[in-house]
Design a protein around this ligand. Structure first.
Ligand code: MN
Length: 252
């Protein structure tokens, strides 16, 4: 089984090292093509206004001076001579839950994989402030258990899987739950305003204190209760329940 690894935290991120250890449990044919620098929050953006460079670090490790989507695209079209069987994106340093998903470069790299017809899984370690020593503890012990059932799961084309690990030590993890996407209220996210050294105003988007609702059966609830969350996602964003209602408004 050939596996392509990527992320949005960049080729030098500790989470990518963790992901390489996880991938080694499944295959010895593991390749890396990741952004050269951190691209958190890049979403599904594709570099159209500037060329990107491909750096070769060793026989199977490459970085791209662009977005996670650029990295997957070059990984599939330029680095690998044949389509991989699996794309793993992460392990992200921080949650990709609920409405984090559309901002997430980690998830978007898996979206790009799904568009290419490759089974794709995004992996993120939720963090807790002041518990830096616990980083990736839950991921290290639980990732293989979360990934293995997904390898031959009957997922249709244009779907991917989003996995998050709770911010607790591995032996405290309660289990794994398949759950739906929850709701984060990004409209209340913080904007920090300041002045640069020349006295000009700047604005910096903060992610702390985003309000969320722990609805039953969601990724947010699962993580809050100490479970690994596994959420299948689809690329068809159509809200089917509203389709007939809207169509009715345009009838002549
Ligand atoms: Mn990131």
């Amino acid at each position: 089984m050939r596996i392509l690894l990527t992320n949005d935290d960049g080729i030098f991120a500790p989470g990518l090292k963790v992901l390489e250890e996880i991938a080694a449990q499944f295959s010895d044919d593991v390749w890396v093509c990741a952004p050269h620098e951190e691209q958190s929050g890049a979403g599904h953006s594709l570099s159209l206004n500037a060329p990107v460079r491909l750096h070769k670090h060793d026989e199977r490790r490459f970085s791209v001076t662009g977005t996670p989507t650029d990295a997957v695209t070059l990984g599939l079209r330029t680095v690998l001579d044949a389509k991989p069987d699996l794309i793993l994106s992460g392990v992200n340093r921080g949650a990709n839950l609920a409405d984090d998903i559309t901002y997430s470069g980690t998830v978007s790299a898996a979206i790009e994989g799904a568009l290419a017809g490759v089974r794709s899984i995004a992996l993120s370690q939720v963090l807790k402030r002041g518990a830096e020593h616990e980083q990736f503890s839950a991921t290290r012990d639980w990732a293989a258990k979360a990934i293995a059932p997904l390898l031959d799961a009957p997922l249709p084309d244009r779907t991917l899987v989003n996995v998050n690990f709770p911010p607790i030590l591995a032996d405290q993890v309660a289990g794994i739950r398949a759950v739906r996407q929850g709701f984060h209220d990004y409209s209340r996210g913080s904007v920090v305003e300041g002045k640069d050294p020349r006295g000009l105003p700047y604005y910096w988007f903060g992610l702390h204190a985003i309000e969320h609702t722990l609805d039953h059966g969601t990724d947010l609830e699962a993580i809050d209760e100490g479970f690994v969350s596994v959420t299948p996602l689809q690329l068809d964003l159509t809200h089917h329940a509203s389709l007939d209602a809207l169509a009715g408004r345009y009838e002549t």
